[in-house]
Write a protein that binds this ligand. Structure first.
Ligand code: GTP
Length: 177
């Protein structure tokens, strides 16, 4: 990390199946809002948020991509230059968890990070407010250990553990300056 305290920009990409709650999680973090209405992301939405970390001013540039296959290819050029990738799944959907392996591979191919083996991934299990859970914390942690990612779980709806994964992502981005 450089010594200066000038503002740095950290680019974070959110990917994962359609409906897992990527937009909701980001909206909760950036705008402190939640809606139960579903509106598919078309292409990519971009949001900025300023945070202070360890005396550094960090501008988080958060890219919310479309999980729908139809719009996916629009997002892939935007993977380039990312400092951190958040792989989002819905804890009540095993399929959305299994799909993360492909999302991760796709990110590594399209994003072309300098050091793929050391690239920071954060795995995020959303919708812990729901009772019909299909993916246990243990199972998620096991996979994260295999791929060397950090694991967080929470709920955009209940505003649970929303800030922590973004701050962790900000921190991993800051380390790259
Ligand atoms: P795409 O834009 O298609 O990729 O979907 P997305 O991953 O951005 O999902 P989105 O945020 O649009 O949420 C999909 C649905 O899940 C919406 O109806 C949300 O209200 C709901 N949802 C999101 N987060 C939560 C949560 O934490 N708990 C519950 N119960 N529902 C949630």
């Amino acid at each position: 990390m450089s010594e200066g305290n000038g503002p740095v920009t950290v680019k974070i990409i959110l990917i994962g199946n359609s409906g897992v709650g990527k937009s909701s999680f980001m909206n909760r973090y950036v705008n402190h809002r939640f809606t139960s209405m579903y509106r598919a992301t078309i292409g990519t939405d971009f949001f900025s948020k300023a945070v202070s970390l360890d005396g550094h001013s960090v501008t988080l540039q958060i890219w919310d991509t479309a999980g729908t296959e139809r719009f996916q290819s629009l997002g892939t050029p935007l993977y380039r230059g990312a400092h951190c990738c958040m792989l989002v799944f819905d804890v009540t959907s095993k399929a959305s968890f299994i799909a993360l392996d492909n999302w991760r591979k796709e990110f590594l191919v399209q994003g072309e990070p300098q050091d793929p083996s050391d690239f920071p991934f954060i795995v995020l299990g959303n919708k812990t407010d729901l009772s019909d859970r299909e993916v246990s914390r243990k199972k998620a942690l096991q996979w994260c250990e295999e791929i060397g990612a950090e694991y967080f779980e929470g709920s955009a709806k209940d505003d649970l553990n929303v800030e922590q994964p973004f701050l962790r992502a900000a921190w991993s981005g800051l380390q790259q300056y």
